[in-house]
Design a protein around this ligand. Structure first.
Ligand code: SAM
Length: 199
């Protein structure tokens, strides 16, 4: 992941600490700062490969953890992996039949970037909107949601939609995010419940 950026201190740290990717430090940073996952929460991880957020989640909660990715994820003890596109109805139904009482949804998914900034931004925000649509369907009232997004066109609109559905919403750039990247995380806490979707 992120080979165009080269290897940095988080890459080396992930190797020595046994994480599957440097992305682990982004979730660790978010958890330390915002305390989004409690020790018995059930969690869905959208865009989970290669699985470092799943490793972090496994260390935090004893609840059910379901990861979904287009690419297969190597098995990780006490977690469930689903291979497929989380924007498809069929995969969403599979997720819903696998996990109940969803307390937290995290989404680190990003589309494959083409290099065309306008096109890539539109795709990234489109994927964010799909993830958010799924959240509205399955997250328990009071639940938390973390999603990776990218500053640029349509970001403000996405943020506004999320703000309307959660009592607390913050924008946060993790310490482990690459310098120069527009990547940013939206930390949404305390879901109002899916009635907000039709407000
Ligand atoms: C940055 S990686 C996630 C890294 C992960 N958080 C970790 O710590 O290992 C982004 C992932 O999003 C996945 N992805 C993108 N679009 C997806 C979709 N529609 N459905 C499922 N996974 C998707 C990609 O396949 C990729 O593996």
């Amino acid at each position: 992941m992120g080979s165009q950026w080269g290897k940095d201190k988080y890459y080396s740290k992930s190797k020595s600490e046994g994480y599957r990717s440097r992305a682990a430090y982004k979730l660790l940073d978010i958890q330390k700062r915002f305390n989004i996952i409690r020790e018995d929460d059930n969690v869905i991880d959208l865009g989970a490969a290669p699985g470092s957020w799943m490793q972090v989640l496994r260390d935090i909660t004893s609840g059910c953890i379901v990861g979904v990715d287009l690419n297969p994820v190597a098995p990780l003890e006490d977690t469930i992996m689903i291979t497929g596109d989380f924007t498809s109805e069929k995969i969403q139904e599979r997720i819903i039949s696998t996990i109940h009482e969803v307390n937290v949804i995290v989404c680190d998914a990003s589309p494959k970037f083409s290099g065309n900034k306008t096109y890539d931004q539109a795709r990234a925000i489109g994927l964010n909107e799909d993830a958010f649509g799924f959240v509205l369907k399955v997250l328990k009232p009071g639940g938390n949601f973390v999603i990776k997004s990218f500053q640029g066109e349509m970001f403000t609109e996405l943020l506004e939609d999320i703000r309307n559905s959660f009592y607390s919403v913050k924008v946060y750039r993790t310490k482990a995010s690459r310098r120069g990247s527009t990547e940013t995380y939206i930390i949404a806490k305390n879901f109002r419940g899916n009635h907000a979707a039709s407000d």
